[in-house]
Write a protein that binds this ligand. Structure first.
Ligand SMILES: NC(=O)c1ccc[n+]([C@@H]2O[C@H](COP(=O)([O-])OP(=O)(O)OC[C@H]3O[C@@H](n4cnc5c(N)ncnc54)[C@H](OP(=O)(O)O)[C@@H]3O)[C@@H](O)[C@H]2O)c1
Length: 338
């Protein structure tokens, strides 16, 4: 039977790994000790917004706390946050079989490249998770929004695709995943704005000043991508170039025209907010930082996103973490004209 290892048992790792195990795959989850205790006590429950639900006792999957557990894996799904990728890659490097396939199911653009640098013998592919998963405690992981797993096309995936289809998570393969990754990144430019607002996503996006911050960051991102010759894919009903215009609408119009964008659990927050809350390193360098880095590579600048990166790093060090919308807009606009 195909052996699947999940490196980074957290929200995405436990959800995807749990669904694969529920459909009969041999799955080992590799993660921290605290989750080992939680899953031993409660089992692993995976649910989704369509009503899917499965609870797995500890006999249905394996849990390990070191990468050594991936030694026999045919497929490794990497689901650590971006700040942990280089470390996870080094741990896997001494362990994996040369013929293992490694798929990064992470946000950002560069994680598969980071993995490839440490795993030159293995087949390393980029992936993208469009849906949101929240940890509900007591071993429960819930997919709250729609979307399918998107991955780089490769013949080696043919052996694993049926297991994902059986699990209800079919793999959508792309010859070039980068337009999809950049489109997701443009949406994720809101993560630092949400984190700095200290508000639930729905409340934050209901306020025009915060939406104008996101519109600024997205317009800048779109300009940099266009200058670099990258066309982001369309992941939402509204094409990427229209989203900043919709965001900038007055609140009343936005509520009517973009009701879908506000169809969010009223308590949901970005994972960057959670990272700040838990005093963990955030993914801001792998999200907004990618726009700044791309701009630099083509001889331009991206002051709005650079400012967001700086403000989140300041917040990581104990700086301001409860920005009012207009104050944040002003701070970003200053950057815009810098
Ligand atoms: N959650 C979502 O809804 C969602 C949706 C789409 C995409 N994504 C992306 O998916 C990726 C994973 O996000 P996530 O929310 O699932 O993260 P997460 O909940 O933080 O899960 C990652 C887990 O891996 C652990 N870990 C890190 N390095 C490890 C290592 N070397 N060995 C064992 N365990 C290790 C982490 O522990 P520590 O915290 O102790 O390091 C954490 O428990 C990110 O790139 C994220 O942006 C997430």
């Amino acid at each position: 039977m195909t052996k699947i290892a999940v490196m980074g048992a957290g929200s995405i790792g436990c959800y995807v790994g749990g669904r694969l195990a529920a459909a009969g795959a041999a799955v080992v989850l590799i993660g921290r000790e605290r989750l080992a205790r939680e899953l031993a006590a409660h089992g692993l429950t995976v649910t989704d917004y369509r009503g899917y639900s499965a609870t797995l006792g500890s006999g249905r999957f394996t849990y390990a706390t070191t990468a050594a557990a991936a030694a026999h894996a045919d497929l490794v799904l990497v689901t650590v946050k971006s700040a942990g990728t280089a470390g996870a890659a080094q741990e896997l490097a001494g362990t994996l079989r040369d013929d293992a396939v490694v798929v990064s199911l992470q946000n950002g653009i560069g994680n598969a490249g980071t993995l490839r640098a440490s795993l030159p013998a293995q087949t390393v592919l980029a992936g993208m998770v469009p849906f949101n998963v929240v940890q509900r405690g007591d071993g429960a992981f819930h997919q709250g929004t729609e979307g399918e797993l998107e991955v780089e096309r490769h013949a080696r995936l043919d052996a694993f695709a049926p297991a994902f289809a059986r699990a209800g998570l079919p793999l959508v393969q792309h010859d070039d995943l980068r337009p999809v990754q950049w489109a997701k990144l443009l949406l994720n430019l809101n993560n630092p704005i949400n984190a700095l607002s200290d508000l639930p996503l729905k409340t934050q996006l209901s306020q025009r000043a915060y939406r104008r911050c996101l519109a600024l960051a997205q317009r800048e991102g779109l300009d940099v991508l266009a200058a670099a010759g990258i066309r982001p894919a369309q992941l939402t009903r509204v094409p990427p170039h229209w989203i900043p215009r919709v965001l900038a609408l007055p609140d009343v119009l936005f509520r009517v025209i973009a009701a879908g964008m506000l169809a969010i659990d009223p308590l949901a927050r970005s994972s960057m907010w959670e990272d700040l809350q838990a005093q963990r390193a955030t993914e801001v360098d792998w999200i907004n930082g990618e726009i700044v880095a791309l701009a630099e590579r083509i001889g331009r600048s991206a002051p709005v996103n650079a400012r967001l990166v700086a403000l989140v790093h300041a917040a990581e060090q104990g700086g301001p973490r409860r920005w009012e919308g207009r104050a944040l807009l002003e701070a970003l606009s200053r950057g815009d004209h810098a």
